[in-house]
Design a protein around this ligand. Sequence first.
Ligand code: URP
Ligand code: ZN
Ligand code: ZN
Length: 460
Amino acid sequence: MSLLIKNGTVVNSDAELLADVLCEGETITRIARNIEPPPGAEVIDATGKLIFPGFIDPHVHIYLPFMGTYSKDTWESASRAALMGGTTTLIEMCCPSRKDDALESFELWLSKAAGRSACDFSFHMGVTKFDDTTESQLREIVRRGISSFKIFLAYKGAFGVDDTELYRTLKLAKELGVIVTAHCENETLIAERQKELLAAGQTDPGQHHESRPPRVEAEGVQHLMTFAELTGAATYIVHLSCEEALKEALAARQRGVRVSVETLIQYLLLDKTYAERPGFEGAKFVMSPPLRDARNQDILWEGLVNGHIQTVATDHAPFDFATQKQMGRDDFTRIPNGIPSLEERVKLLYTKGVRTGRLSLPMFVNVASTQAAKHFGLFPRKGAIQRGSDADLVIYDPNCEGVISAKTQHMNVDYSAFEGWPVLGRPEIVTVRGEVVVRDGAFTGTTGRGQFLQRKPSHF
Ligand code: URP
Ligand code: ZN
Ligand code: ZN
């Protein structure tokens, strides 16, 4: 089966050009002007449309046992929502608890996605303890196609590692050429500040920020940077939210520490006043690190433009407002952390990044697709429109106008943090390895066709 997409503007991370794209089977085979359709090919007219490589979200939670509950999506619902939003590859955090076995956990997380996902997927292996059995299991997990780890410096007693475990994880990662993604916040400071705030009767969602202000995150980054420097491991700071933390990462990079930075669509567009909304409405906006003072948004956008920040992800973590978020009605420390956004990242980044003139089209592709592919061993199979790459394509209609609403979303959660926001453009046609999975903005994909992407370490 072949697919010929004609007359669109093909956008890669380094250039855009008017061209036709020919896909044969699962692969892009030609990019040129005026390609003649092979016999039997489906021809799509993309005049006036933008053609992007499938977008990659390198930080999502779909199966997540967390804070006494489970995140709401399944791989069926999450992969469908991702594809409707133009994201064709998801990298999920595999997050065992400290009492769980690493290899069994990897197999559990894989079993939740395999045969259920409509888009391609991989995992960052969460290292939530490092004992005598962990090392050999991590080596085995890497042999099975995982080339990135995840560590948490927060969430004391749940996912958080101590300094010995951190050091050993980074040393092993360096030896194996694995990149270590890290949640950077100082867990002791958080625990102490939470206790103080609750003792003072400060229980509302707005206090979440007060319990983990920017310095708490900056200390986490600075801490990780020290360990990265002394081990030589490649590191990737997930969900960086503020200037203070960015400064620590840049200072470390300046002295040769191997560090990349991810921010989230939420931090670019929302600020801490959302979490301060009255009537417990703020709980919808509780995530960690917290939404920050609005002044940080320009700094993060600027970081994307000047290359200080490499990727924009979502940290998608869906918890219902009607039930799960209510667990923290009298105590903000019990509100399950997370803001769902996997479906809307691409449209929001296009609307608020490209159409405002902040990001060029290639920059947009770079931060929402190509850099994730490069960091996590998927490039050039993913993240590019070039001969030999997977035929993961998004034909984007830039003239379509829409409004975000929980009523129309495909994520399995009862609210949207962006309710009522107008967006420009929509993924009109989306393909995964040559199969049309979204057509005229409607889902046509196949549950279970998504492949586990085996990746090889590259960060030696
Ligand atoms: O609030 C967040 N970020 N929830 C998901 C878990 C994590 O820290 O990534
Ligand atoms: Zn995190
Ligand atoms: Zn996360």
